[in-house]
Design a protein around this ligand. Structure first.
Ligand SMILES: Nc1ncnc2c1ncn2[C@@H]1O[C@H](COP(=O)(O)OP(=O)(O)OP(=O)(O)O)[C@@H](O)[C@H]1O
Length: 240
């Protein structure tokens, strides 16, 4: 008998259907794979093959017009598709982080980085003095490669480049100490230098914290450089 004792994430025969012209049709079908602690697994394939739908289903964030119609998703052997909204929120806060395609969407454009980081960090950290908190925020930003963290804290998202915003999101994610990061096209909107930075950072987080990463990407270069294992999708199914 196969044992799944060590897998962090186990997807079994997942089917996701979408509504088109009032009819529900399966778009993702019979998708099964596992992610083990500390490994980087790439989910790759052409545009529209169902990578994002799969990623969003795993974290309970499918949009209206799409839903899971078959299969199971286990996180540490817990069947998370049975979760309610509260359970999902807790899972996303404590265990599974999601880094989305366009980083600006993940940050509020009219609030400073500091305010947003404080909000995230306070989900995990007990209240401390302002000075201690600032030191902690700066250390998080330094971990993701910022040499002038104070000025980043005082900035609004629009004052930062796409790559910088992506790294701010990663710093916030690090503070939540997730076991697994699902990164949906984390480098698509970035120029070559920032792309390299974000990819190196994912590798560093894997190395330093034993973070597992499910990397959704159609960028073969990123996939080759980063992934320990590659899962190839096409037209809603895994092909290898
Ligand atoms: N909420 C929705 N309602 C209806 N159809 C949807 C919905 N979300 C996704 N789809 C359809 O499902 C298909 C797969 O979409 P998905 O975003 O998962 O592709 P993808 O592989 O991530 O592509 P890309 O690399 O371009 O992001 C697409 O044809 C898309 O139009």
């Amino acid at each position: 008998m196969t044992t799944f004792a060590n897998s962090l994430l186990r997807i079994e025969q997942l089917e996701i259907s979408c509504q088109h012209d009032g009819k529900w049709r399966p778009i993702v079908q019979d998708v099964s794979f596992q992610v083990f602690p500390g490994e980087i697994v790439a989910l790759t394939g052409p545009s529209g093959c169902g990578k994002s739908l799969t990623a969003h289903a795993i974290v309970g964030l499918l949009e209206a017009g799409s839903r899971v119609t078959n299969g199971q998703v286990f996180y540490q052997d817990r069947d998370i598709l049975t979760y309610n909204i509260h359970d999902w929120q807790q899972l996303r806060r404590e265990e599974i982080a999601l880094l989305i395609q366009h980083s600006l969407n993940g940050l509020n454009p009219i609030r400073t980085v500091r305010k947003q980081m404080v909000e995230t960090v306070s989900q995990r950290k007990q209240s401390t003095s302002k000075k201690e908190l600032d030191m902690y925020l700066c250390s998080l930003l330094q971990q993701v490669g910022f040499t002038d963290p104070e000025s980043v804290l005082a900035s609004y998202p629009f004052q930062l480049s796409g790559g910088m915003r992506q790294r701010v999101l990663l710093a916030m994610m690090v503070s939540l100490q997730p076991k697994i990061l699902i990164a949906d096209e984390p480098t698509t909107a970035l120029d070559v230098i920032n792309r390299e930075r974000v990819l190196s950072l994912l590798k560093k987080l894997q190395h330093d914290f034993g973070l597992a990463v499910l990397l959704i990407s159609h960028d073969q270069q990123s996939v080759k450089r980063l992934a320990d294992r590659v899962i190839q999708m096409d037209r809603g199914a895994i092909i290898r």
